[in-house]
Ligand binder design. Structure first.
Ligand SMILES: [Zn+2]
Ligand SMILES: [Zn+2]
Length: 336
């Protein structure tokens, strides 16, 4: 049996022929397994969706309760049989409810990482390595230049700036699903217990995280109050809003952006970011290579992102690898 008989790339996404299902399909299909709630992976309109409860709740929040014909919730480690193929989900450490899809058939195991990271994140379960014949990895930050610093350092930078400029506000751009809640949790872990102001676009997902037990501390809408009330405050908003008219309501805002791409100075400059915070929900170069070395699959497949360097690394390390070059997945972390 060739591995491609079990999972193969197709225009709609990774397809499992014997199970007749797709993983993170980019167009509506009969049967989908969805790794996590980011919009490029979780789309509406499938007849049936298997995902974690958290991911299904996120999809329901974004697309409305009728986002799919039928939903099949699965906890981490629970197995489901789809037309004779065994599917289970393992934590991916990316955002709340994010999962790797573990697909078993005829004695072969293939694992689709989805988006993942290896670092501890107070808002989601830690990535769990699963032994397999083929590990299908993302490579968003698959270049040796990408080495994400410790998240505590980046949060300390933010708090230092807040202390240094008490008359200014700090406006932190963070993607609505995952990054925003992680920034808030990390601030709490660093001892920041004041009210954090949030853009309206984050409110529903913040409430959803809270409902799954992720404590965010005191939050308030960023719309209430006069300009002067926001002096010394931290406001969290989707990245696009930080460049918007909306931002003018705050006193002399220090515009921050929490993203792995902030490693690239030109990106920060172009985006008018005064305080770049290198905080990523994707594996950096060390995490990608460490994971492949740890799992030691028979073959390493790369879905999307910076494939070339990881392919070269694999060859140098005697690891069989191929690039799938799947289309439809964002290089930007998450979505706007
Ligand atoms: Zn993605
Ligand atoms: Zn994602």
């Amino acid at each position: 049996m060739k591995y491609e008989d079990l999972l193969c790339p197709s225009p709609a996404g990774l397809f499992c022929k014997p199970g007749n299902f797709y993983i993170d399909p980019v167009r509506p299909v009969d049967r989908a397994v969805v790794t996590h709630g980011h919009a490029d992976h979780a789309r509406s309109g499938h007849a049936k969706v298997l995902a974690t409860r958290e991911t299904l709740a996120i999809m329901g929040e974004r697309y409305g309760e009728d986002f799919a014909g039928a939903m099949q919730p699965a906890g981490y480690g629970e197995t489901a049989d789809i037309n004779g193929v065994t599917v289970s989900l393992a934590p991916a450490g990316h955002v709340l409810g994010s999962a790797q899809a573990v697909v078993k058939w005829k004695g072969r195991t293939m694992v689709v990482s989805g988006d993942f990271k290896r670092r501890r994140d107070p808002t989601c379960a830690l990535f769990e390595p699963v032994g397999c014949d083929v590990f299908i990895t993302e490579a968003t930050f698959g270049l040796p230049v990408f080495r994400h610093p410790p998240d505590t350092d980046e949060i300390a930078k933010l708090l230092k700036s807040v202390a240094q400029f008490p008359e200014r506000s700090h406006l932190v751009g963070a993607y609505a699903l995952g990054k925003a809640q992680r920034v808030i949790c990390l601030l709490r872990e660093a001892g920041y217990d004041k009210t954090i102001y949030v853009h309206g676009a984050l409110e529903k997902l913040n409430a959803l995280y809270e409902s799954f037990g992720v404590k965010l501390g005191p939050l308030a809408p960023a719309t209430a109050g006069k300009k002067a009330d926001f002096a010394g405050a931290i406001i969290v908003a989707p990245p696009s809003a930080t460049q918007d008219r909306w931002a003018r309501r705050f006193p002399d805002p220090v515009v921050c952006f929490a993203s792995g791409w902030m490693r690239v100075r030109a990106r920060a400059r172009q985006g008018g970011v005064e305080l770049p915070l290198i905080l990523s929900d994707h594996a950096d170069w060390d995490e990608l290579t460490m994971t492949a070395a740890e799992i030691k699959p028979d073959e390493l497949w790369i879905t999307h992102g910076e494939e070339d360097a990881l392919l070269r690394w694999a060859t140098l390390n005697g690891q069989k690898a191929r690039a799938l070059s799947l289309v439809g997945y964002d290089e930007d972390e998450g979505e706007n």
